[in-house]
Design a binder for this molecule. Structure first.
Ligand code: SF4
Ligand code: SF4
Length: 431
């Protein structure tokens, strides 16, 4: 695609980087077929190619974002399905991130939208505030029928009961005698409150395999959430704090930084790019990114033996951040198969479930359609258990099953691995 930028404007490294991405698009349109919003809405402006044109026009003319452009950018899930499909290697992720930042800097959203985004950007990265907000939503749940739109979506997604605080919450190091290595497991913000048992399972699996685990009690947010809503300053501050913390651990000797929420993993693996023009943080960010791995990548190299004899039929839902963001497609399924499980896959496995960070709150109508479509496809496989690697998908799919009155366990891959290799059987599995 031809672009028109003056050399002066291209002196801005971020714009230069986006211009390169724009030029790599040959507007073939292959990506439209796998874009969830285009599939649902059928509007070219809600396709990857259409969004690329709108972003190009905005950047080339150095224009503030308009209401119309913001509508189509906001509707993008950042699922990155288009990146998996694109034959020209267009790095849509970096382009849409830049566009969201531009929107945040040049467009004044209506007050309610601004307030909600600010609230989400504050609440979700703080486990303490998030826990309090869940407590409040627990009391507000009976009033749910009185609400609609985004407020209703928030109440829908809040769990019926609040999980108790993890016994691992205040411990930062999980040692093991004669350890063969040392790894970090990231706590995560939302996940540490909604499903602390996921990281407990990860610690048990890694300890049994001989790895000392660091899971810092004072860990902060990785910045993923604010990054995806264009609040770049906040997300960079959060990321830098974490990089500083992890550099201390790297200096002590560290094999890997393991992430159990693939949404966060996609962002942490991108720190190298995010800070490439930051003289102070570029090298540190690149080092942290090079150590970052999804938990499934790391445990692929471990000896995993099913000691229980239990072999449920599972359906694997690949989170977009896993299959498109990190291009981890076969690994998690192979782990489950190595444990003797029959692993099914739903139709349209490449299409997002509608969770996408806080998309299911900010765009509840589109998210609900995607959720319904995903849950229907999952149910067609007649699973005993649904397995995935991202807390956002677990919540979204769990709610979709609830609506249909279906009682089905939705587990994280590492919970299944822990259970079958001699750890704890998840509470939701019948004894
Ligand atoms: S598939 Fe790639 S090259 Fe083709 S229109 Fe989409 S982004 Fe552009
Ligand atoms: S990231 Fe997802 S929703 Fe956004 S344009 Fe690409 S495929 Fe469509």
């Amino acid at each position: 695609m031809q672009t028109v930028f003056t050399p002066e404007r291209l002196a801005d490294p971020q714009l230069a980087s986006s211009e390169k991405i724009l030029r790599s698009c040959v507007h073939c349109g292959f990506c439209t077929a796998t874009c969830p919003t285009y599939v649902l809405l059928g509007d070219e402006l809600d396709s990857p190619r259409g969004r690329i044109y709108q972003i190009k026009d905005m950047f080339e003319n150095n224009r503030p974002a308009t209401k119309e452009v913001v509508k189509h950018i906001d509707r993008c899930l950042s699922c990155l399905s288009c990146m998996s499909t694109c034959p020209s290697g267009v790095h849509y992720q970096h382009l849409i991130d830049h566009a969201r930042e531009h929107v945040e800097l040049t467009y004044t959203r209506p007050f309610a939208d601004r307030a909600l985004r600010a609230l989400l950007g504050k609440l979700l990265p703080s486990p303490t505030l998030f826990r309090l907000s869940l407590l409040a939503s627990y009391f507000a749940k009976p009033l749910k029928p009185l609400f609609s739109g985004r407020m209703r979506a928030m109440l829908d997604l809040a769990p019926k009961t609040l999980p108790t605080k993890s016994p691992f919450a205040n411990q930062s190091v999980f040692p093991v005698a004669g350890s063969k290595g040392r790894v970090i497991v990231t706590r995560g913000c939302v996940q540490s409150v909604l499903a602390p048992h996921i990281n407990e399972a990860a610690v048990r699996v890694l300890n049994r395999a001989g790895y000392e685990v660091v899971m810092r009690a004072d860990e902060g947010c990785c910045g993923s959430l604010n990054h995806h809503i264009g609040k770049v300053e906040t997300s960079h501050t959060q990321a830098k704090r974490l990089i500083d913390q992890w550099m201390l651990e790297i200096d002590l000797g560290l094999d890997a930084i393991l992430i159990t929420a693939s949404g966060c993993g996609t962002t942490i693996k991108d720190y190298g790019f995010m800070f490439k023009d930051d003289a102070e943080y570029a090298a540190r960010a690149a080092l942290v990114s090079s150590k970052a791995k999804d938990i499934s990548e790391f445990i692929t190299g471990l000896e995993l033996v099913n000691v229980t004899g239990e072999k449920p039929v599972v359906t694997y839902h690949s989170a977009c951040s896993m299959q498109h963001g990190q291009q981890l497609k076969e690994g998690p399924k192979l782990i489950l198969k190595r444990l003797g499980l029959t692993v099914k896959e739903p139709q349209e496995g490449h299409i997002c479930c509608g969770s996408a960070g806080v998309y299911n709150i900010l765009q509840p109508e589109i998210a609900a359609q995607l959720r319904e479509r995903k849950v229907n496809n999952l149910l067609k496989t007649a699973p005993e258990i649904i397995v995935t690697g991202n807390i956002g998908c677990m919540t979204q799919i769990g709610f979709g099953l609830d609506i249909k009155g279906k009682v089905l366990p939705v587990l994280h891959t590492i919970e299944v691995v822990d259970w079958l290799t001699g750890g704890t059987k998840p509470d939701v599995i019948p004894k």
